[in-house]
Design a protein around this ligand. Sequence first.
Ligand SMILES: Cc1cc2nc3c(=O)[nH]c(=O)nc-3n(C[C@H](O)[C@H](O)[C@H](O)COP(=O)(O)OP(=O)(O)OC[C@H]3O[C@@H](n4cnc5c(N)ncnc54)[C@H](O)[C@@H]3O)c2cc1C
Length: 476
Amino acid sequence: MFDVAVIGGGVVGGLVLRELTKYKLNVCLLEKESDVAMGASKANSGIVHAGFDAPTGSNKAKFNVLGNKMMESVTAELGVKFRRNGSLVVAFSEEDIKTLATLRARGEENGVEGLEIIDGARLREMEKNISDAALAALYAPTGGIVCPYELTIAAIGNAMDNGAELFTDFAVKKIGKENGGYVLIAENGREVKAKAVINCAGLYSGKIAEMIGDNDINVSARKGEYILLDRECGDFVSHTLFFTPTPKGKGVLITQTVDGNILIGPTASEQADGNTETSADGLSFVMEKAMQICKKPPFSNIITSFAGVRAYSDRHDFIIEKSKKTKGFIHCAGIESPGLTASPAIAEYVVKTLVGSLLALERNESFNGTRMPDGYFKDLPIEEKNKIIERDPSYGKIVCRCERITEGEILRSLRVNPPATDIDGVKRRTRSGMGRCQGGFCQPHIAELIAKERGVTLTEVMKNGEGSNLLVGVTK
Ligand SMILES: Cc1cc2nc3c(=O)[nH]c(=O)nc-3n(C[C@H](O)[C@H](O)[C@H](O)COP(=O)(O)OP(=O)(O)OC[C@H]3O[C@@H](n4cnc5c(N)ncnc54)[C@H](O)[C@@H]3O)c2cc1C
């Protein structure tokens, strides 16, 4: 029996799992998909919000500001890229300017440092492509950018390096009780037993809560669609640019990503499930908004579009609490934006305070919180590259030409925790296939590497989980 089982391999579950391994606990993570970071933590804006949006005193406000402060150290330990690029909420009317003052006052109450309202002239100095109609902006120097799936994968990998176990393809369907603990039963009949359980199942966290009789956690889905522009125009904006917020959220933003692309989105449309298809209307809306906030966005550089689904609760706040019905069950539900930003702080609170009130927490002296970065090779000085190539010639072979990812890095992604098992898993770990050609050139070679490394045939190599075969048979 495990001491603690975490349900859900998103950024919250991942960082909770890693936090648990700082103590002498036997822990595991159960994920319904064939890989981790497959929910909201795969497709979002990647903004480390400053913390002026959420109402003062809410969980969102508290964990946002704390998580923002923790992001530097967590990402440094895990070898994950993070940059404080600063954010700007742009005003286009006198009404908007009043909103900026409200946001600044709220931010200051929430504990955000360095907030400043700047005039149009200063805004134009900071952002060369800002619209001529922009009048002023709220500048938040603590705003930042991070890659959400890179952080999730690194957190789970580091937890596994420290002894945590990962069960993928484990969709929890039923929860029973046994010997004072829980039996978690998967759709495919597998079972895991644990003394305590932490529900981090994102969009499905309400359903998991229902399985133990907590019927007051209602989580709904709201889709957000994006377009992504090539790194070639990566300096089009340097800060994250927002409109003033609406009742549905922060609205469409335009930002540099931490990997140097330009990201525009998201939309906000209610839906019944986790469907992540994009739509012509959604993408047109996003482009229209980009044209309002900036002059001539370089749409000829669009390389892909995608969508993510927010899991929001009818309490309009993060639900981070112990079950009201049964002992040893903790919920992290309705973690919509700014959940990525808040995740390190949520993880620390859940483990130290909530798990700490259930189980004795004794420090794990052998915990090692550092992890070697993925996709790191191209940034090394040439002398270091040469030394690595001498030791392992596979680092001398470029497979993804757009992102300059080597065979050595791809093989590593199939071997280190949590290992990639399909083409998109390799992509999320190394960035191979994320450039201009979107995998057109490198995908066949990556499929061959996966087949060889995993000892399977090419027809058994999946693109993205079960049933997504790239090849179905031999034609000649
Ligand atoms: C469009 C959009 C934009 C956003 N932008 C930002 C932003 O810029 N900054 C920010 O701070 N936040 C942002 N967020 C919010 C952020 O993405 C989320 O708060 C965060 O990713 C939530 O992480 P999570 O681990 O709770 O959920 P998820 O990442 O969804 O993980 C839940 C996991 O549980 C698994 N699971 C579900 N059911 C089961 C089951 N029965 N058994 C086992 N596993 C199960 C899922 O497969 C999934 O992997 C945005 C979200 C969206 C959708």
